[in-house]
Design a protein around this ligand. Structure first.
Ligand code: TXA
Ligand code: MG
Length: 310
C-alpha cells in the first residue's frame, strides 16, 4: 500500500512501522520515541537484537541533542555529504537513546537522508530508526515491489522518488583522530579522501579483534541462489551468468545483466534487483563476473557480491 507524507507521519506518530524510500535503499522506519514500534522493526525483519539501528534525522540539531560531540567535530563530513549517503557513528550522551537502538553500545549511527518525501516525514515526526527494508540477511529493497515481496502488499510504503544509489550508505567512525570506514557503501573511499585529505581505511575489527560494526557478523545481501565467484569456473558447466550487457558469455548461458561494465553507478542500482530476480525466477546457481576495477564504487559492489555468496 502506498501512503502520503501526511499518512506516513500520522502512522509513525501512533507507533506504527512504515517503509520509506531513501537515496540509498528503502528503509523500515519507526519513531525513536516508540519502543514497541522499534521492537516491531526487529521482529518484522527477523533481525538479531544485538545489531544496532541507524538513527535518521532531518537536521544536524537533532544529532547534537543525542550525540556527545560538537558540530565542528563532524563538519568536515556533514558539510560535504549531508544530506546524503554517509552514516556517522558517534558517541551518545548517557540515556539519550534507547539501548534497543544502540544494542547497548556507547555509540550510535546517524544519517541525514536526502530523499525529499522521507525528509519531510522526519521533519514532521522527529528522528526515526531505519534499517534497510528487507528480511534480515537477504538483499536490500531498492523498489516498492521488493518491500511488498518481503512484508506483504498491504505494508505501508511512503510514496516518493526511488533509490538513486541502490547501495546502502557508507558508515564511518573516528578512531583516535582518524576517520575509518566501518561499512563500504554508496560514498566511495576516494570521495571521502577528497575532504579528509587521505583515503580512509576499511576497518572490520577493533584492537581486541571484535567486529566494529555488529552487522558484519551476520549473513547479508544474500539471495537463496548460490553465487559462484571463482573467475576460473568452467563456464561450460554454468547455466546462469550474472554479468554485463557489453560482454559476451557462452551462448548456452542465460544472462542476468547488471548493466554496462563501464557504468558502476548503473550497476550499483541494478545489483539487488538482479539478485532478487534470480530467486523470483527460481535460479539455484549462478556464476558472477567479478572482473572489474578495484576502485570507487566497484569496491563496494565487489564486497556486496562476496557477502551475497557467503
Ligand atoms: O543506506 C542505509 O544506511 C540504509 C537506509 C535505509 O538508510 N540503512 C541501513 O540500515 O542499511 P541497516 O540497519 O540495514 O544497517 C545498519 C548497519 C548495521 O550493519 C549495524 O550493525 C551498523 O549499521 N551500526 C548501527 N549502529 C552502529 C554503531 N553504533 N556502531 C557500529 N555499527 C553500527
Ligand atoms: Mg540492512
Amino acid at each position: 500500500m502506498r501512503v502520503t507524507i501526511e499518512e506516513a507521519s500520522c502512522r509513525l506518530r501512533q507507533g506504527e512501522v512504515v517503509a520509506m524510500p531513501t537515496e540509498t535503499v528503502y528503509g523500515l522506519a519507526a519513531s525513536i520515541d516508540h519502543p514497541k514500534a522499534i521492537q516491531h522493526v526487529f521482529s518484522l525483519k527477523n533481525r538479531p537484537l544485538d545489531n544496532p539501528l541507524i538513527v535518521h534525522v532531518s537536521n544536524l540539531f537533532q544529532v547534537l541533542e543525542i550525540a556527545d560531540i560538537a558540530g565542528e567535530e563532524i563538519a568536515i563530513l556533514t558539510e560535504r555529504f549531508w544530506p546524503g549517503a554517509l552514516t556517522l557513528v558517534l558517541p551518545v550522551k548517557d540515556g539519550a537513546l534507547s539501548p534497543m537502538i544502540t544494542a547497548g553500545l556507547s555509540t550510535a549511527a546517524f544519517r541525514l537522508p536526502q530523499q525529499q518525501e522521507t525528509q519531510a516525514v522526519i521533519a514532521s515526526v522527529g528522528p526515526v530508526v531505519m534499517p534497510s527494508a528487507n528480511r534480515s540477511g537477504y538483499p536490500s529493497a531498492t523498489e516498492i515491489k521488493h518491500v511488498h515481496a518481503d512484508f506483504g502488499k498491504e505494508f505501508p510504503v511512503l510514496e516518493g522518488a526511488g533509490c538513486g544509489y541502490g547501495l546502502e550508505s557508507t558508515i564511518v567512525k573516528k578512531e583516535e583522530d582518524t576517520w575509518v570506514i566501518l561499512r563500504l557503501g554508496a560514498i566511495s573511499a576516494e570521495q571521502l579522501a577528497e575532504v579528509l585529505g587521505e583515503t580512509p581505511h576499511f576497518v572490520k575489527k577493533d584492537q581486541k579483534g571484535a567486529p566494529i560494526c555488529p552487522g558484519t557478523l551476520y549473513r547479508h545481501y544474500a539471495p537463496e541462489a548460490r553465487l559462484l565467484l571463482d573467475p576460473d569456473t568452467d563456464l561450460a558447466t554454468v547455466e546462469v551468468v550474472v554479468g554485463f550487457c557489453d560482454r559476451t558469455y557462452p551462448s548456452h548461458c542465460r544472462l542476468f545483466s547488471l548493466g554496462n561494465s563501464n557504468d558502476p553507478e548503473g550497476v550499483a542500482r541494478e545489483l539487488y534487483r538482479t539478485l532478487r530476480a534470480l530467486d523470483s525466477t527460481g535460479v539455484s546457481v549462478a556464476w558472477v563476473d567479478l572482473s572489474f576495477p578495484e576502485e570507487g564504487l566497484w569496491v563496494t559492489i565487489a564486497e556486496r557480491l562476496q557477502k551475497a555468496s557467503a
